[in-house]
Design a protein around this ligand. Structure first.
Ligand code: PEP
Ligand code: MG
Length: 572
């Protein structure tokens, strides 16, 4: 019998609606999926699991003999514990039973069996035995890793349109699966400002986040993700399915129209030119951006590409990637932001680094990584105009340290006689309160600024941008934000240094209009937002927006500001 329809509420991350079958992703550090196999796939899947066990055993044996040679037999017993897990029938045979009886993939079977064992370990009273949980964790990671090098055949191309679900889904996973029939996204945690949500919008994949009840949804369940109404419909009725299928048909045409409007001149009604660039997260987005007529890549978040394979790329492959980006940009300037490790991205050890070693801080502590990226960027710079942007800067000292490293990199390139453009502009993101307060002190040290409102708002209003429970407090119309932006403009205008606003505030027509009113004439937004922001720019009078900004700067409450702005600005 068909299950009855159920509605789960969440928060909108990306508009539009999608119909598909749930595909659950688990373990954010080692992303795997729960797939329902066809009966004829089961035998092969068991072989695949056995292959991973065998490979793990060989690796461990190799490690053991190396360890014996290096530090004697005493320490090699550590590896024995891992080898024993691989021989443990309670572990290996139970996984095989699960694959066979429940017709599921190895990753999911490993996850379920190990969860039971982890819980059993946690209940133990003996500290020594409880510590052995670590051995099991280690072996689980190894098995999952070895399975990744031999991907599930059906996973190379999903057999159905899939809605990716999970507690969290890393942005890189969403990107990698986009061409494999992933049509929607729904996560139990997260907020519209998380990088996964930004990625979903840039890929135009309907998405709902912050929906904890999704925990009860299993892979294979039929779902509708409605990013316009912030809900997920589980096991929709035939009538609901028909309604959404009809809606999908009706929506196809306006999208194309929007795209062609994107190439119209970027000027306001009163002929003020506004520079409008594109934010991209992966090198593959450059070509579509140029095709729809974007005049620049105002923000390229390089961290997603950097960690794409789950490991760091080498210098030669980075040079090749960045050169290709510049060639594909066909002369349009590209602003490469150096890696910003943090937010909901994969961290080295799984902690949230919002207030910790993020962005430039990470690079200054890991100079080998930073230098490698800088060398690659400079080496690619001969292929087209580029700018280098430093994220998460909070002091002039940070900047000076970054400049020293940049100078060292350039010296190295000179010594090796490797060609580069010595005039590559260097800029900073203004996204911490400290940078907003001191940007004028930084001005003599940089060539340009980018205003990162996503972080600036979270730090100014003390609202974690990835936390659903405070999403209602995240508000670009808050007087504190308007005053902060006004101050940044007032501090920077006399310096003559260009400023581009590249946070999501620039991607929503009413808040983008506020930015214009505050004097910012350069914006950069995702490809999905590009057409609507271009339409907004062409439909407003800059002089009127300047007046509007003067009025809202005197207002007290975010709601009043928002109402006033919405009443004035056309929203396509
Ligand atoms: C920002 O903080 O506004 C920004 C553009 O960067 P990110 O969203 O990558 O933190
Ligand atoms: Mg930021």
């Amino acid at each position: 019998m068909k299950d009855s329809e159920r509605i789960i509420h969440g928060v909108v991350a990306s508009v539009g609606a999608a119909i598909g079958r749930a595909l659950r992703s688990f373990d954010p550090l080692f992303v795997s999926f729960n797939l329902k196999l066809r009966p004829e796939q089961v035998r092969k899947e068991v072989d695949r699991f056995r292959g991973s066990v065998e490979k793990s055993r060989e690796q461990l044996k190799r490690m053991q003999s190396q360890l014996k040679r290096k530090s004697g037999p005493e320490s090699s017993f550590l590896i024995d514990a891992h080898l024993l897990v691989l021989q443990d029938r309670l572990f290996v045979d139970r996984i095989i039973d699960k694959i066979e009886n429940e017709q599921i993939n190895s990753e999911w079977a490993i996850q379920q069996v190990s969860e039971d064992l982890f819980q059993a370990y946690d209940r133990l009273n003996d500290d020594y035995l409880r510590e052995r949980r670590g051995d099991l964790e280690d072996i689980v990671r190894r098995l999952l890793h070895n399975l990744q090098s031999n991907p599930l055949p059906s996973f190379k191309k999903l057999p159905y349109d899939a809605i990716l679900i999970g507690k969290v889904v890393p942005p890189s996973t969403l990107f990698e699966l986009r061409s494999q029939r992933v049509v929607g996204l729904a996560t139990e945690t997260g907020s519209p400002l998380s990088h996964t949500a930004i990625m979903a919008r840039s890929l135009e994949i309907p998405a709902v986040v912050g929906a904890p009840e999704l925990a009860e949804v299993s892979s294979g369940d039929l779902l509708i993700v409605d990013g316009d109404r912030a809900l997920v419909i589980v096991s929709p009725s035939d009538a609901t399915l028909d309604e959404y299928k009809n809606r999908r048909r009706d929506e196809k045409t306006p999208k194309k129209k929007g795209r062609s409007a994107a190439s119209a001149p970027s000027v306001t009604e009163d002929r003020v030119r506004i520079s409008l660039g594109a934010n991209i997260n992966f090198s593959e987005e450059v070509r579509p951006a140029i095709t729809i007529g974007c005049e620049s890549i105002g923000l390229y978040r390089t961290e997603f590409d950097f960690f794409r394979e789950g490991k760091q790329p080498d210098e030669e492959s980075l040079v090749a990637d960045y050169s290709l980006v510049l060639k594909s940009a066909k002369g349009a300037p590209v602003t490469f932001r150096t890696i910003d490790v943090g937010i909901d991205q994969k961290s080295w050890d799984g902690v949230n680094m919002n207030l910790g070693v993020r962005g430039l801080r990470f690079c200054l502590e890991n100079t080998d990584v930073f230098k490698k990226q800088l060398r690659s960027l400079y080496r690619a710079s001969v292929f087209g105009p580029m700018r280098i942007l430093l994220p998460f800067v909070s002091s002039v000292d940070d900047l000076d340290s970054a400049h020293e490293i940049i100078a060292e990199v350039r010296q190295e390139l000179d010594l090796k006689r490797l060609g580069y453009d010595p005039g590559v502009p260097i800029g900073v993101m203004i996204e911490t309160p400290a940078a907003a307060q001191t940007c004028d002190l930084m001005a003599s040290r940089v060539d340009f600024f980018c205003l990162g409102t996503n972080d600036l708002i979270q730090y100014y209003l003390v609202v974690d941008r990835s936390d659903r429970s405070v999403v209602h407090l995240y508000n670009p119309f808050h007087p504190a934000i308007l005053r902060c932006l006004h101050q940044v403009y007032t501090l920077l205008h006399p310096t003559g240094k260009p400023v581009t606003v590249c946070g999501e505030m620039a991607a929503d027509p009413p808040s983008a209009a506020v930015l214009l009113g505050l004097g910012f004439t350069s914006l950069s937004v995702s490809l999905a937002a590009y057409p609507r922001i271009k339409r907004m720019i062409r439909s407003v009078s800059y002089a009127q927006l300047r007046d509007l900004a003067a009025q809202i700067l005197k207002m007290q409450k975010p709601r009043d500001v928002e109402e006033k702005v919405r009443a004035t600005v056309y929203r396509p």
